[in-house]
Design a protein around this ligand. Structure first.
Ligand code: GLA
Length: 388
């Protein structure tokens, strides 16, 4: 592959030129000159952060056809690692008993390899019943016992991890296992009621058996929150005492524009460093139409929120600027902790692909660095600038 002609001195000059184009913010300028810079002339995030951490992105849909040419160009220029959004989840690979579906995952892996992108497998055990196929816990309608579920899990993991051994560099082995309820360590599920905490230990052990070279990750959300962090650290302590092969912890990073908990993120990173595990930011985005109220007050705001769609045509300039500032500050924090952070992955390439357009209600959202046309937003320049 030809080496990029991009140099750091070029990048500083371009950043200045571009900053001049969008400061002070003028309404509507997002779509103008700076956004129209050719992809080949954009600063490359993976190069800028090369000495700090990998910069990655999650991709949905079928590859390569699911991506436009421009999206492919952005992908190749900016990112060094990819995570499949859905096609390696158990609900996709093993939707029904005895029926394996690796077609999309095989294509994903082939595409990533052809483009020299490293791959993060996501995810082996998603610790929620609604995210685990109904059949997995059962024989007919009867719930499996401990040994049978362990065997089924071992078979599943050895099949999936083994298939991509040497091709998938890291795995989110267990996803969202911690409870949101301070009174309990683990989220209640059939995993926990049948296997208890061994479900987690087993998943890591089986993954390690299937690919001893893969980086194995425990992935979860809100673990910057001090109370959830305590439960995470306690769990890690217990698992490490049993020599369970956990190599990293994934902080999902689905934050909201009105509250990015920098100090808490920093404290969680420090605590994980002290535990001797790597840190990965695995699913980064910034919800521009914050969603927390959806779950407040017993759901009484649902009707009102369902109609809330304030930015159908794009974000106003003050919010673009705020988003740029928030992302810039996050990347300065990540860079300051680059000794322990291995990777920062965005959850999708551009705004049009984000789950936050549909969850928890339908709205036109703008959580990422690129807009729906794949053009860089102020947040992109801010992230690039934070790495210089
Ligand atoms: C969680 C999961 C991801 C994805 C996102 C939303 O964070 O880990 O796989 O489903 O929710 O899309």
């Amino acid at each position: 592959m030809a080496r990029s002609p991009w140099r750091r001195s070029d990048s500083a000059a371009l950043l200045l030129a571009v900053a001049a184009l969008w400061l002070p913010p003028v309404r509507g300028q997002d779509a103008s000159a700076k956004a129209d810079v050719a992809v080949s002339a954009l600063p490359s995030l993976k190069e800028i952060y090369r000495d700090a951490f990998q910069v990655g992105v999650a991709l949905g849909g079928r590859l390569p056809d699911g991506l436009s040419e421009r999206e492919r160009d952005v992908l190749r220029r900016e990112f060094s690692t990819v995570t499949p959004e859905n096609c390696l989840k158990m609900g996709h690979v093993a939707r029904s008993r005895g029926r394996w579906d690796f077609a999309e995952a095989d294509q994903f892996v082939e595409f990533a390899e052809a483009n020299r992108l490293s791959i993060v497998g996501h995810c082996l055990l998603w610790a929620k019943d609604e995210r685990t196929p109904h059949w997995f816990f059962r024989d007919g309608e009867a719930l499996l016992g401990r040994d049978a579920l362990r065997e089924r899990l071992r078979d599943y993991i050895s099949r999936v991890v083994g298939r991509y051994r040497g091709k998938i560099a890291a795995w989110d082995v267990v996803n969202e296992a911690l409870s949101d309820d301070p009174k309990e360590a683990l989220r209640p599920s059939s995993w926990v009621s049948i296997l208890g905490e061994d479900a987690i230990a087993d998943a890591f052990t089986f993954a390690h058996e299937a690919d001893p070279d893969a980086l194995l990750i425990l992935n979860d959300y809100n673990i910057e929150n001090p109370a959830k962090r305590e439960r995470l650290l306690a769990l890690l302590g217990r698992l490490k005492a049993k020599n369970v092969p956990i190599h990293g912890v994934g902080i999902q990073g689905h934050w909201e524009i009105d509250h990015v908990p920098y100090a808490e993120i920093k404290d969680t990173i420090a605590a994980l460093r002290a535990m001797g595990v790597k840190v990965l930011i695995t699913e980064l985005d910034l919800d521009m139409i914050p969603r927390s109220k959806w779950w407040a007050d017993g759901g009484k705001h649902h009707a009102e929120l369902s109609k809330l769609n304030p930015y159908p045509k794009g974000l106003p300039d003050d919010l673009l600027k705020l988003q740029a500032d928030r992302y810039g500050e996050l990347f300065r924090l990540f860079k300051a902790n680059a000794d322990v952070i291995d990777r920062v992955t965005f959850w999708n390439l551009h705004d049009g692909q984000s789950w936050l357009n549909d969850f928890p209600w339908r709205r036109v959202n703008h959580p990422l660095l690129f807009d729906r046309q794949g053009k860089p937003k102020p947040a992109f320049w801010s992230v690039a600038g934070a790495g210089e």
